[in-house]
Every structure is written in structure tokens, then in C-alpha cells.
Design a protein around this ligand. Structure first.
Ligand SMILES: Nc1nc2c(ncn2[C@@H]2O[C@H](COP(=O)(O)OP(=O)(O)O)[C@@H](O)[C@H]2O)c(=O)[nH]1
Ligand SMILES: [Mg+2]
Length: 290
């Protein structure tokens, strides 16, 4: 009997995509009742992506398995197969066509592996504020280990990730040099997307100003960035006033009139105000999780 008779008709790519996504949309993983809605949505999405992958893998595998191996064929069929569909050439050209995708996957892999290792389930503090106000100093001072530096792919920006413990809980603190330090209206599309991605991990933002103006920006300019960040993020913002060791009292007062009287006064470089700040994180995050 013709060894190719049993092969079922093969659908085109659109059919496969339709079938895979239709099936995936029906997946309802059983999830703990008490899981927060955002996490539930995420888990469901993950289950659906796995379903799509599994479905396509199974289907493609079946197609390949239905075809008899060329070497197992009777010489009669082997020779005719070669004449009709040019086995060797076909295989070579098939693999060559895949090459563009293989290159893409390799590029994707090498970019994605550099993503910072942020734990999305760990409470996360993102530090924002104009350049040179003392953000990195703060992250260094609170972190228990040397902060990890990761490149933020697709931008020239970096993320600096520190950890600290308060009580028995571990917190992440993220320094974002070049990202949250000037008005969002001046951002290009890629920078905006990088900033938007931060919204998914930021539980709290610390916004830092420098009333000594030794950072090189007027206090007014610094405060306008504060207003900008406040509009763009939907999480609590803790204002901090840094470099109080070298700032004029009237400048500190001026900052407070904009960011609020309860702003934390700091001299990050000397560790002054750091424990107040950590206390504030904890009370905010406890309120959030209850
Ligand atoms: N006098 C004083 N200088 C500080 C303080 N915190 C940071 N600095 C200095 O301000 C400069 C900029 O700090 P840095 O942490 O790099 O700022 P960033 O650009 O916001 O990350 C550095 O020279 C720090 O030593 C502070 O509390 N008091
Ligand atoms: Mg810095």
C-alpha cells in the first residue's frame, strides 16, 4: 500500500493559530480563592500561553510523525519520493528558511537574559527624582548587599537593584538612573515603555529633592518633576528632602510647601533619616496588603 495514504490533510498556519487560541481561551486553571485579582489574571494568562505552546507542539509533532521516514521506505517509494518532492533539497531549504527565525530567537534570548532579576511578588520601592539629588546614595545606604546593576534592554538605561530587610520581610529597592529624573513629556517611546513597565513592580515611589540645589537643578524645576511623576503613577509617593545637612532652612520649607509637611528630611550620605524612611515604607506596605 502507498505509505503516504494515511497522512491526514495539513492545515495552514492560520487554522493552527485559530485552533490553538480557541482552545487556550477555554483554559480555566483552578487557583486559590484568596489570590489577589492581578495575580489570578497573571496565572490564568500563563496557563493559556502554556496551552497554546503545548497544542502547537502536539499538532506539529503529529504531522511529522505521520510522514514515514525516508530511509524506512521501500526503495520503490524512496526513489519516487525523491523525484516528486526532492527530499534532500527540500530539507535543506526548509532549514534555511528557518534561519531568519533562529537568528531572531537568538537575538531575543541574548537581550532578554539581561533583564534584571526582579521578584514581582516582593514589595518594591522605586526611587525617583532629578539627577544628583542622592538617589543612588540612598539605595547604597539602605541595601544590605552591593546593589546589582542590570541593563535595561532596548534603552541605554540601567536599573540598580538593592535589597533590605525590615523585621523579617525582604524589600526590593530600585534606582532608575536616567528614567524617572525628568519630565515624561521629554521621553521617547522606548523610554516611556520602560517607565510603564516599572508601574507593574512599583508598590511605592520615593521621590527625592535636593533643596541645596547642589545637584545643579533649581528647586522649582525639581518640584515640577515631582508633579509629573505623581500624575503618571498610581501608587503612593513618599517625598523625601535630601541633603538637609547643606541646605538652607528656607529652601527646605519651600520644598515642603509643595511635597507636603510630612516629607522625610534626610542626609542620605550620613544615613540620617533612613530609618524614618524604612518605617514609612513598612506602614504604607502593610496598609496596602491588608
Ligand atoms: N551633602 C550631602 N551630599 C549628598 C547627600 N546625598 C548624596 N550626596 C552627594 O550628592 C551627589 C550625587 O549623589 P548620587 O547618589 O549619585 O545622586 P543620584 O544622581 O540622584 O543618584 C554625590 O556627590 C553624593 O555624595 C547628602 O545627604 N548630603
Ligand atoms: Mg544615581
Amino acid at each position: 500500500m502507498n505509505p503516504f495514504m494515511r497522512i491526514k490533510p495539513i492545515q495552514d498556519a492560520n487554522k493552527f493559530i485559530d485552533m490553538a487560541f480557541r482552545r487556550a481561551s477555554k483554559v480555566e486553571p483552578s487557583l486559590p480563592q484568596k489570590l489577589p485579582p492581578l495575580l489570578k489574571a497573571k496565572r490564568r494568562e500563563e496557563a493559556r500561553v502554556r496551552k497554546v505552546a503545548q497544542f502547537l507542539h502536539d499538532r506539529f509533532n503529529n504531522i511529522v510523525k505521520q510522514f514515514p521516514k525516508i530511509n524506512d521506505l521501500h526503495p520503490f517509494y524512496r526513489d519516487l519520493t525523491d523525484v516528486l518532492v526532492g527530499v534532500d533539497e527540500r530539507i535543506a531549504s526548509f532549514v534555511k528558511k528557518l534561519n531568519e527565525r533562529l537568528i531572531f530567537l537568538e537575538e531575543a534570548r541574548s537581550k532578554l537574559r539581561k533583564l534584571p532579576s526582579i521578584d514581582p511578588d516582593m514589595p518594591t520601592i522605586v526611587v525617583a527624582g532629578p539627577p544628583n539629588v542622592g538617589k543612588s546614595t540612598l539605595v547604597r545606604v539602605v541595601s544590605t548587599a552591593k546593589p546589582e546593576i542590570a541593563t535595561y534592554p532596548f534603552t541605554t538605561k540601567m536599573l540598580i537593584l538593592g535589597h533590605f530587610k525590615a523585621d523579617s520581610k525582604t524589600y526590593q529597592i530600585l534606582d532608575t538612573p536616567g528614567l524617572l529624573d525628568r519630565p515624561l513629556s521629554e521621553r521617547n517611546q522606548i523610554e516611556l515603555q520602560a517607565i510603564m513597565a516599572l508601574r507593574h513592580v512599583a508598590n511605592i515611589i520615593v521621590f527625592m529633592v535636593d533643596p541645596s540645589e547642589t545637584c545643579g537643578y533649581s528647586l522649582d524645576m525639581q518640584l515640577s518633576i515631582y508633579e509629573d511623576i505623581k500624575k503618571s503613577f498610581n501608587v503612593p509617593i513618599i517625598p523625601t528632602i535630601n541633603k538637609v545637612d547643606i541646605s538652607l532652612p528656607e529652601m527646605i520649607e519651600k520644598a515642603k510647601r509643595v511635597v507636603g509637611d510630612d516629607a522625610i528630611e534626610m542626609a542620605a550620605i550620613k544615613g540620617v533619616g533612613v530609618s524614618d524612611l524604612i518605617e514609612k515604607f513598612r506602614s504604607f506596605l502593610e496598609r496596602e496588603s491588608s
